[in-house]
Design a protein around this ligand. Structure first.
Ligand code: NAD
Length: 313
């Protein structure tokens, strides 16, 4: 949406996700004013962002049409919330995952901005009606939930508060599209949104299969990484059903629905994620990937995500 171009976005909270959002918005040519309530933290974030932008430029992975220096020139850091909010049309909150902290931030922000400013939260698993409960005008509130790391994983879940105006969803959708993210709209709030509900369903069944001695940790992870995950990077489960029978979805349902229902009816209860099974599964994964290998594994994950993002362009 070209009318948004060059506008100002305020990022509140300069941790992992605040810095990532700042980089995503800068790549789209937006001015970003980043604020943190720990003095000096936001300016430290600029140092970190500069380093990352330079590395991305060298690796030819910088997003957008601007150079690293041009993007950096659009960024400013603030220890004062009022200053950070000056001129902004969109506020992306990225503070700790704590409902009270978020409620306090949004009531402070609301007092410092005009009615038209959109208030957006990065929360992973708090409901919009809780996050925005202390905001007077809830029609301009929205959750824009990113996936880590947002620079390579483009999905953003847009989740409305029950009062959110459709026009607010539309602006958030246009903004996210404009900066190269892949937004999806939830039509109403639900605990876990869509991504975590699906993720938790997968985790639960993987956990039960290992817990019940059906398969090892190593092999269940291969079921995803060498099996389902190979196609899920490009097509979703519903399209997979449509493609997996010669005549498409109706054919698939006719062939497989009884089998799906039979298997689904054998699923066990929600796991406890504690006690002996948790100790056993933790031991197994730690033997496969000792703690000292985690940083290298994360780096490798990000490199592969980068390659995948290139392939998907
Ligand atoms: P983080 O701990 O890295 O950063 C939080 C930052 O917020 C810190 O710099 C802190 O100083 C600052 N802060 C705390 N209270 C503040 C306040 N009142 N005003 C201004 N700044 C304040 O956390 P994170 O991982 O960046 O997560 C931020 C949000 O993003 C959380 O809601 C989290 O659930 C969500 N999220 C995280 C991920 C992830 O994988 N890390 C993914 C998606 C969404």
């Amino acid at each position: 949406m070209s009318s948004l171009k060059g506008k100002i976005i305020t990022v509140v909270g300069s941790g992992l996700i605040g810095r990532s959002w700042a980089m995503v918005f800068l790549s789209g040519g937006y001015k970003v004013q980043i604020y943190d309530n720990i003095p000096g933290q936001a300016s430290g974030a600029i140092t970190e962002i500069r380093k990352q932008l330079d590395e991305l430029q060298q690796a030819k992975m910088l997003r957008g049409n601007l150079t690293a220096a041009e993007q950096l020139s659009l960024l400013s850091s603030h220890d004062d919330l009022q200053q950070a909010l000056e001129g902004a049309f969109f506020v992306q909150e990225c503070v700790f995952e704590d409902v009270e902290a978020k409620q306090t931030v949004f009531s402070e922000v609301e007092n410092l901005v005009t009615e038209s400013v959109i208030l957006s939260s990065s929360t992973s698993c708090l409901m919009p009606s809780n996050v925005f409960s202390r905001v007077q005008n809830q029609t301009r509130c929205i959750i824009s939930h990113p996936v880590n790391p947002p620079y390579y994983v483009r999905l953003v879940e847009l989740v409305p508060h029950p009062e959110t105006l459709p026009a607010v969803m539309d602006v958030a959708y246009s903004l996210m599209t404009d900066v190269g993210q892949a937004p999806v709209r939830l039509r109403k709030e639900i605990d876990g949104f869509a991504l975590n509900r699906v993720q938790y369903a997968i985790i639960a069944e993987c956990w039960r299969l290992v817990q019940d001695g059906v398969i090892s940790v190593k092999d269940i992870d291969l079921v995803m990484s060498e099996g389902l995950g190979m196609r899920y990077a490009f097509i979703g489960p519903i399209e997979t059903m449509h493609l997996n029978a010669p005549e498409g979805m109706e054919d698939y349902l006719q062939r497989y629905k009884e089998g799906m229902k039979r298997v689904l009816n054998t699923f066990g209860p929600v796991p406890d994620f504690s006690g002996e099974p948790a100790a056993r599964i933790t031991k197994e994964i730690c033997e496969l990937i000792p703690a000292e290998h985690l940083p290298a594994r994360r780096e490798r994950r990000d490199q592969l995500l980068m390659e995948l993002a290139k392939l998907k362009k």
